[in-house]
Structure formats: structure tokens, C-alpha cells
Write a protein that binds this ligand. Structure first.
Ligand code: NIG
Ligand code: FE
Length: 419
């Protein structure tokens, strides 16, 4: 394909080879979760899809080069909705990667003061401006790679001021980048060193100070907590969720990443917006999430990069009627990738999803996890005109050409993203 050229804010997108439309009115994946329309054109108005032509229709009579973007036979998919990222960090932890290449484990590195605590030290030392600049650069990269809506967590400050600083950096970075961003307070990511012998006291700070302030200052849409042996137990997580609920925020849970401690039952009790990781979830808990209609955010990048054996049983989740999202978990420790196409490849090979299911989970599934399923994640009429053009004949090519697949062009609210 020659370089795609056209107006930055077209009224029409013509010459579409295939338009991929994820669909579901219930959050359950239909057997063929992507509707494919061949040789169509789109009309965009006020940043939304105003019209999709019939297949093989003639181009609109008033289409001229000034108002028309020629897709030259491209495949068009919705922009990705990445429902789980940790972009508010300073340092890349490539030194830890080198240690892991030599055989040290993620847990050993964390126990020796590395891991999340190493990122914490750097975030505490950084100014809000420095952090904003870094997050903005990462948001631009997400857009370049086809992500048009994102969830972004704090979680590397671990004091009231440093968590609020991180959330402000996320908010400030989102505006110029153009990404739609759902910020989440993850003050309960791990217990900071000052509270190592009194974790309940830290939970009290999160519940009584951090959450109310983040809510009052309009800095977070949701609250998250990491339920794990190295982080918080179910009772501590309950206090965090209780505080989040009282503050009127949505709730999320990192759980069953390495062990299953009962986080899923807590998630069901609190009717959380999403349950994330779930590599060690039991078959019984999968059924509970299906019955409760709670989306599961799958993060195979972390399993791969930590060289773990066990991936979430996405096949069983889909077959049980769960809503699944597929996300990068972008963070400097367990998943330093921003590429959802690569995550789709992992989901297909390691979690036995079909490419269509993986695309569904990375678009409409993410939208369900963020509660934006009426607005983004697909491209039917009235949805936001957030889409990617791919130099690919079929959606299978996105996960198939693994490791180097990126869109030929990205549009956000009908406007072409330019690097
Ligand atoms: O989602 N699970 C907890 N936190 C991150 C990793 C954070 C880090 O290592 O910096 C995750 O994988
Ligand atoms: Fe995470």
C-alpha cells in the first residue's frame, strides 16, 4: 500500500476493503463476534459515525479529495480500548529484566527492594511536570499503536500526595494527547516501606485519606486494589472497596495473578466494574463472574514477560458466557509493551482465543470493562469515530504478523492522529 494521504478530518472514508464491527448487546461474545462489511464507505459527523454505506455502494456524490479520505482497500477496525495500564512511572526497569534473564525471579527481585518499590522511589522523587511529560509521551505512543481509549492507573507513589500527583499527571497528559482516558487510583498497589510492619495502617490511609481526596478533586473514576500474598488480603481489599464505593467511584480488582485468595468472591459481592488478571481463577469463580456479568480483563503480556506457566483460561471464560477484555497491563515491571496486536497474538496462542475473539476483547470487551460500550469499541452508527486502518486483508493478520504489526493510520473522534 502506498502511504495513505487525505484530509486530517474527513467527512467520508471511502475505499474500505473490510470494515470490522465487533458486536454484542449483552457483553457475551456471540459465536462470530465481529460483523464484517466489505467494500463500504463511512460518513463522519461531529466525531461520530454518521452512516455506513451498503456493500458495493457507489461513493457519495459529493465526495471530493478535500472531504474524502481514500482507505485504498484497507481493513478498518475500531481503535483499541486498553482497559488496564500503569503508565505513571519514571524509570524503565530493564536492569531487572537482565537479572531475570540470568535466572532471578520477579518475586526475588521484589523481595530485595526492587519491583514496584523501585518505581515508587523514582515517582516520589519526580516532579508532577516530569511525570506528566513521560505519561504524555506514552499516551502518544499508545495512539500510534492504535489505542484510542485507555484506562490509566496510579500506584507507584504510595503516599497521598504522590498518588494524587500521579493522577494529576495522567489527567494533564491525556488532554494534549487526544486519548480518552479513564483514570484509576491504585493506592493499594503494595504496602510501602514506611508501613511494612503495619499494613492495616496503610490501608487506613488509602481508605480514609487517599480515596476521599482523589474523589473530591475529580482525579479518579475508579479505585483498584491488588489482592495477592505480596500485596493485600481480602479483608484489607474490602476496606479499600468500601471506601471507593462510599466515595462514589467505580471499583476494580487485581486478583488471582499468582494465587487465588478469594478476591473473585469479594469482586462479586461489591459488583465491581472489572476483575483483572485471573490467571489462577478457579472454574467455580469463572461461573460466578459469568453469572454476575462482571468483565474479566485478561493480561497475557504479564504472564509471558514474567515467564509464568499458567495463562488465564480464556476459552473456558468465553464458553461460560463471561465478558472478556484484553489489555496490555503496560508497566515497567511485568509488561513493558504498549502493543495490543502482540497481546492478541499471545491471547490466540496461549489462551486459545480466535483472532476475532481477541479483536473483540481488545475493543468492545475493553469498552465493557470501562463502562463505555455505548460510545466506543465498535463502529456502528452513532459510535465515536475512533478507528485504525490496517495494511492487512483480514483481521487474522493482526495477531498473525506478530511483533511488528501497527496501524497504517489512526483516527480519534474522526481526526487523524499525526505523530
Ligand atoms: O499488573 N500486579 C500488579 N502490578 C503490576 C506490576 C507492577 C510492576 O511490576 O511494576 C501488574 O502486573
Ligand atoms: Fe496491572
Amino acid at each position: 500500500m502506498t502511504t495513505l494521504k487525505g484530509p486530517a478530518q474527513p467527512r467520508y472514508v471511502t475505499g474500505i476493503g473490510t470494515l470490522a464491527l465487533p458486536y454484542s448487546s449483552s457483553g457475551r461474545l456471540p459465536t462470530c463476534p465481529i460483523m464484517l462489511k466489505r467494500r463500504v464507505w463511512l460518513e463522519i459527523a461531529a466525531g461520530r459515525i454518521a452512516h455506513i454505506s451498503a456493500e458495493d455502494a457507489n461513493p457519495p456524490p459529493d465526495a471530493v479529495p478535500d472531504n474524502t479520505f481514500d482507505a485504498q482497500g484497507s481493513l478498518i477496525t475500531p481503535g483499541f480500548v486498553d482497559a488496564h495500564t500503569h503508565p505513571a512511572f519514571v524509570d524503565c526497569r530493564s536492569g531487572e529484566f537482565v537479572k531475570r534473564c540470568r535466572g532471578e525471579t520477579y518475586q526475588q527481585i521484589a523481595a530485595a527492594g526492587g519491583g514496584i518499590l523501585s518505581s515508587m522511589r523514582a515517582v516520589r522523587a519526580a516532579s508532577e511536570e516530569e511525570l506528566t511529560t513521560l505519561v504524555e509521551k506514552r499516551f502518544r505512543r499508545f495512539l500510534e499503536l492504535g489505542v484510542t481509549t485507555i484506562e490509566a492507573k496510579s500506584g507507584y507513589g504510595l503516599t497521598v500526595e504522590d498518588e494524587l500527583k500521579s493522577l494529576r499527571a495522567i489527567k494533564k497528559a491525556a488532554q494534549p494527547s487526544g486519548l480518552d482516558c479513564c483514570p484509576t487510583l491504585l493506592g493499594a498497589h503494595t504496602v510501602p516501606p514506611e508501613f511494612v510492619d503495619k499494613p492495616d495502617d496503610y490501608v487506613k490511609v488509602v481508605a480514609d485519606e487517599m480515596i476521599p481526596r482523589a474523589a473530591k478533586e475529580g482525579l479518579a473514576e475508579a479505585v483498584d486494589v491488588f489482592v495477592e500474598r505480596s500485596a493485600f488480603n481480602v479483608e484489607q481489599a474490602r476496606r479499600v472497596l468500601e471506601a471507593g464505593r462510599s466515595a462514589g467511584l467505580k471499583l476494580r480488582l487485581h486478583t488471582d495473578q499468582f494465587t487465588s485468595l478469594g478476591g473473585v468472591r469479594l469482586a462479586v459481592e461489591y459488583e465491581v466494574a472489572s476483575v483483572d488478571h485471573c490467571d489462577y481463577i478457579s472454574a467455580v469463580d469463572i461461573k460466578l463472574l459469568a453469572a454476575a456479568g462482571i468483565p474479566i480483563v485478561l493480561l497475557p503480556g504479564a504472564v509471558f514477560f514474567l515467564d509464568q506457566e499458567r495463562y488465564a483460561d480464556a476459552r473456558q471464560m468465553v464458553d461460560s458466557g463471561c465478558c472478556i477484555a484484553l489489555s496490555t497491563d503496560f508497566n515497567p515491571g511485568s509488561s513493558p509493551t504498549q502493543s495490543l496486536p502482540l497481546i492478541m497474538t499471545l491471547a490466540c496462542l496461549k489462551m486459545r482465543l480466535t483472532p476475532a475473539e481477541a479483536l473483540w476483547a481488545a475493543t468492545l470487551g475493553g469498552a465493557y470493562a470501562l463502562g463505555r460500550q455505548s460510545d466506543v469499541g465498535t463502529l456502528f452508527e452513532d459510535f465515536q469515530a475512533d478507528f485504525c486502518l490496517w495494511d492487512a486483508p483480514e483481521i487474522d493478520y493482526i495477531p498473525y504478523t506478530f511483533g511488528d504489526q501497527r496501524p497504517a493510520a489512526v483516527f480519534k473522534k474522526g481526526m487523524r492522529f499525526a505523530e
